[in-house]
Write a protein that binds this ligand. Structure first.
Ligand code: ARG
Length: 457
């Protein structure tokens, strides 16, 4: 039976019921609905709506439901939403007493509370997943701290870096994701319960105490805002979208590194799949899916922003559309973090291939320019000279260091025999010594710092 039958003389059309019911999505709020209901029963007993005995009976029955009920029970119930389901089950257990629980409460403050509780819980799981992914990146960074990788801009070989430096770049990105998420969780940490349908509850509930019992920092202070605010859904989707953007870049980097053309890394069999036609294929499916799922998470963010746009105060049924996209976005994010961790765990690095690639493509051209600067030539001029050297090298199909000294001196008589020691990969790396650079010392320092942060968590 619906929660609101009295005013109606006709039955709902089956198609409308299918359209209107949110149970197939909000069944996931079951435990939160029980938690909120137990707290509400406590509040009602404090204001004398329930006596001790009734309060005890309701709490017992709600706890029993929490233990007994399975997802299949909920989904097979035909209830309109999770709140209706819990109330129906309660009435089935304790009879008319169950009908008292909704006194002074509305599904509007109830759903807002349930959803915030769910978000806070899922937020913690996401924080753990982010830390795990960071940890795996740090393990890899440590292992490959000295491994040379060609660094790219415009997907053209630019300057040599280390694989460890690449890993640490993503540790930083995930760190920002983590603080963004934490920030969103902190902001949503206020309790809507006790705001009624929109105008506040007519019972003298101690909302501060109620909020505290439910683990919130405090109550939402305006009842209209309490029932109509979905900023936390927007913020979580936004945090998810930003982090997925980061994960998609990591995925793209690794897909490229794993390609036959680059051959820098090899992904484990555990996260790749074959082709039904081409026996030689080993496809980077896990990474491609991460890259792909970024799109649907962006979709959820756009969805909730658009749903909330220009909604009049206070609750409107439009807002029931808040959950599907949120659940999907946070599920996707969590799964992708888990997958990234798994991919990183099994990655093999082909050091000779990476080193050879870093040696090609004139990645040491900047070094030659810096060498000329050290000999007193202004950088812009040095840049031009080295451009000519590179052009000559390309024409002859060789590396800068393959030129003999007289050949180099054709371009600039400032070049002397000490030039060669500046053109090695080691020299390129060692020079990047300022804070944040790719020198092995800097990478090791960054690693040490990150390890301190992780052990503090
Ligand atoms: N299923 C609804 C939702 O998720 C619960 C709130 C219903 N409130 C109402 N006044 N119809 O938003």
């Amino acid at each position: 039976m619906a929660l609101w039958g009295g005013r109606f003389s006709g039955a709902a059309d089956d198609r409308f019921k299918l359209f209107n019911d949110s149970l197939p999505v909000d069944y996931r709020l079951f435990q939160q609905d029980i938690t909120g209901s137990i707290a509400w029963a406590g509040a009602l007993s404090q204001v004398g709506v329930l006596n001790e005995l009734e309060h005890g009976q309701l709490v017992l029955a709600l706890n029993q439901l929490s233990e007994e009920v399975t997802d299949a029970d909920i989904l097979g119930s035909g209830a309109e939403d999770i709140h209706s389901f819990v109330e129906q089950q309660l009435i089935a257990k304790v009879g008319d007493l169950g009908k008292k629980l909704h006194t002074g409460r509305s599904r509007n403050d109830q759903v807002a509370t349930d959803l915030k509780l769910w978000c806070k819980h899922r937020g913690q799981e996401l924080i753990e997943a982010l830390v795990k992914a960071q940890h795996e990146l740090l393990v890899l960074a440590e292992r490959e701290a000295q491994t040379v990788l060609p660094g790219y801009t415009h997907l053209q070989r630019a300057q040599p870096i280390t694989f460890g430096h690449w890993c640490l770049c993503y540790v930083e990105m995930l760190e920002r994701d983590l603080t963004r998420l934490q920030d969103a969780i902190n902001r949503m940490d206020t309790c809507p319960l006790g705001s009624g349908a929109l105008a506040g509850t007519a019972y003298p509930i101690d909302r501060a105490e109620l909020a505290q019992k439910l683990g919130f920092r405090g109550p939402v202070t305006n009842s209209l805002d309490a029932v109509s605010d979905r900023d936390h859904v927007v913020e979580l989707c936004s945090a998810a979208a930003t982090s997925m953007m980061h994960l998609s870049r990591l995925a793209e980097d690794m897909i490229f590194y794993n390609s036959g053309e680059a051959g820098f890394i090899e992904l484990s069999d555990a996260v790749t799949s074959g082709s039904s036609l081409m026996p030689q294929k080993k496809n980077p499916d896990a990474l491609e899916l991460i890259r792909g799922k970024a799109g649907r998470v962006y979709g959820s963010l756009m969805g909730i922003l658009t749903t909330m746009k220009a909604l009049p105060m206070a609750y409107n049924k439009d807002m029931q559309e808040d959950k599907e996209g949120l659940f999907d976005a946070l599920d996707s994010w969590l799964m992708c973090l888990d997958m990234v961790t798994l991919v990183l765990e099994g990655v093999q690095v082909n050091k000779p291939r990476m080193l050879a690639a870093a040696q090609q493509g004139y990645a040491n051209a900047t070094e030659l320019a810096d060498y000329l600067v050290a000999k007193g030539i202004p950088f812009r001029e040095a840049h031009h000279i080295v451009g000519e050297v590179v052009l000559g090298a390309i024409e002859q199909g060789k590396a800068l260091e393959d030129f003999t000294l007289p050949e180099l001196q054709v371009y600039s008589d400032s070049i002397e025999s000490d030039v060669y020691q500046h053109l090695t990969i080691d020299a390129c790396l060692a020079k990047r010594e300022a804070l944040g650079g790719t020198s092995i010392k800097q990478v090791q320092q960054a690693l040490a710092l990150q390890n301190v942060v992780q052990t503090e968590l």
